[in-house]
Each structure stands twice: as C-alpha cells, then as structure tokens.
Ligand binder design. Structure first.
Ligand SMILES: [Zn+2]
Ligand SMILES: [Zn+2]
Length: 341
C-alpha cells in the first residue's frame, strides 16, 4: 500500500484508516518508554527546533505577554502549527471517490494532518495560563477555518494526547488537527442520535441534557457565564469531563472572540480539579463540532471531551463494547467540586 486508505466496516458501517507505507516509517509498536525517559528528552525533542524539518510554519503566534515591539519577531514564538512529519493522510489534487469491490468499500486517505506545538517542553496545556490556553484554542479555530475551505474535507477533528497512557509518542505538548474526507464514526453516531431526537422533539438533545443537569446539579463540576463543566450521565471512563457552551451553538469554529476567555476559564478549571483529584493524570481531549459542509446542523451542539487515562480497557470493554466505569459520575463530580480553587 503506498497510500493511506479508509475502509468501511461492512457490519457497523464505521470507517477505519489503514495508514500505509508513509506512516509506516513511524515505529508502530513503540518500545515501552518510562515517563521519566519521556520527560528527560529535551535534547532529543524535535519540537525544541520545529524549523529543522519544517521551514515555514503554517501559523504562528507570539507569547501573549510579548512586548508590542517584538510581536512580529518569530523568535518570540509561543505557538506554531506545522504539517505532521508522519501524516496519517496524503494531499491530492482531486477529492477521493469511494471505490467498491463487491461488498468492500474503500477511499483513499486524502486530507491534512497538522501539529500545534507550544514552545515550553514542560508546560502542558493543563498548566498553562488563561491567556495561553486562549491562544491554543484560537489557533485551532484559525486552522479549522482554513482547512474547511478544501471541498474534499468533510470533518475536522482537533485532539490532544498528553502522556504515554493517552498514546502521546512525544512528551512535548502538542495537539493535532486532522482534516478527513469522511465524518468520523464517533461523531457520525452522535450526529445521527441528536438528529433523531431533534426530529421527534424539535429540540437540541444537548440543550435538553444541559437543562436537566442544571436542574439536579449532581454531575455539574463548575459553570461560568457561557460554559458548563459536567460529568456525563453515562461516561466512557471514570472522570470523563465535558465542557459545553451554555447557549445553543453547533460549531466551535463560529465561537465568538468575546467567549474565548470564558472557554479558557472552564478548561483551566476542569484541569486544575482533575489534576488535584487524580494526581496529574495522562489525558486525551478533543473537540466535537458539526461536520464541515453539513447545511442543517441545528440539532448538534459542539463541546469538548476530556478523558483522563490510566483506567485500562480490557475484554468487556473491547469485546462487549460495555465500558466499566469504576467511579460513579455523581461521585466524580462531587470530588471535583470539592477541590478548593
Ligand atoms: Zn520539547
Ligand atoms: Zn444545543
């Protein structure tokens, strides 16, 4: 295989991605690296000098505290976006067309795979200041808007892996933006669920859910003027935490400039509490937003999901699809609420 390929699972209808030769250069079965080894890797870290392999960043911002005279000076970079050195997808001139071979369906993995790097090797996003967090989310939005102009792109996923248990192969804080020619199965399922609810009830299921959470308060962690931090009623892992905009909004990329400080506040709030209660866990977080070119998405409500890692999946989870959550969502929310800020 010389190109990455999406393949459709005939039974579930879900797409999976076979990464192929190019990605194959990246070691798949990583040798077990201890957290200490990962942390010591500054001298070998490729993100200490991202320009070594990537001459021009796709986007860069100076640190929010940079003096106005230095704002144009690239040496003051705080964040930059570069193409992934091991892209999961390839760029081509034409949009991929799905090919059928009997019952099998596949699609060339065309799209974009970018990395958002922040400068400080040791300052993970959960430790950043509110201004720094805002910058990171501003970069997500800006790249999202650029990538969504490509007519081949159907979905853009922003995600962040922190720590070995979360699948991060580099210690240096970085997020990934992946622009896909298909809607990812997780979002597809949640879209179809929220669409069904909307058709029946003429209401956004997420708005209804938030309203009900606000009524009983059992799973609310914190709230500000524009965002709410909650533990879902049926989480996938213990302490799964979600951040929703309070007013109905389908798309993260339409988030108003004035709301970014509130978003940063909620993210910081969630991480400070999770770090205190779980002792700085590894984590993944991602943004779920409506697909790129889907006219009517009134039924969808964008949000952020944070999944602390370290609770391991085994047979029942992988084989049965039933996730065993050790800490009840109500207890998790209570523990997080109790943290003194
Ligand atoms: Zn580094
Ligand atoms: Zn809504």
């Amino acid at each position: 295989m010389d190109k990455p390929e999406f393949r459709k699972d005939l039974v579930s209808g879900d797409w999976i991605l076979v990464a192929g030769a190019k990605r194959g250069k990246k070691p798949i079965f990583l040798k077990k690296t201890s957290s200490a080894e990962l942390k010591q890797g500054v001298s070998k870290c490729p993100f200490e000098d991202p320009q070594k392999n990537n001459p021009i960043p796709l986007l860069w911002y100076p640190h929010p505290k940079t003096a106005p005279s230095k704002v144009e000076d690239f040496d003051s970079w705080f964040l930059q976006v570069i193409p992934n050195k091991y892209p999961l997808l390839v760029q081509e001139k034409t949009c991929p067309v799905s090919e059928r071979d009997g019952v099998k369906e596949k699609l060339v993995g065309v799209g974009y795979h970018e990395v958002v790097v922040t400068r400080d090797h040791f300052k993970s996003i959960d430790k950043m200041s509110l201004e720094e967090i805002q910058m990171v989310f501003k970069a997500y939005k800006e790249r999202y808007r650029v990538l969504s102009k490509d007519p081949c792109i159907k979905y853009i996923l922003v995600f962040h892996n922190h720590g070995e248990a979360a699948g991060a192969s580099l210690f240096h804080p970085h997020s990934q933006i992946i622009a896909l020619p298909v809607v990812d199965p997780d979002v597809a399922r949640s879209l179809s669920g929220s669409n069904d609810f909307y058709k029946k009830n003429k209401k956004c299921v997420h708005c209804v859910m938030i309203e009900s959470e606000e009524k009983d308060g059992l799973r609310i962690v914190s709230k500000n003027k524009h965002f709410i931090v909650v533990i879902p009623f049926a989480p996938r892992v213990s302490y799964e935490t979600r951040i929703y905009p309070l007013g109905h909004a389908s798309r993260f990329e339409d988030l108003d400039k004035e709301l970014f400080p509130y978003l940063a506040e909620s993210i910081k709030d969630a991480f400070v509490r999770l770090n205190k209660v779980l002792g700085n866990p590894d984590y993944n977080f991602f943004i779920h937003t409506a697909p790129v070119r889907d006219g009517d998405t009134d039924h969808y409500h964008w949000h952020i999901e944070i999944l602390p890692r370290g609770f391991r999946w085994a047979g029942l989870e992988l084989g049965g699809g039933i996730e065993v959550v050790a800490v009840s969502p109500e207890e998790a929310a209570e523990n997080l609420r109790k943290v003194k800020m």
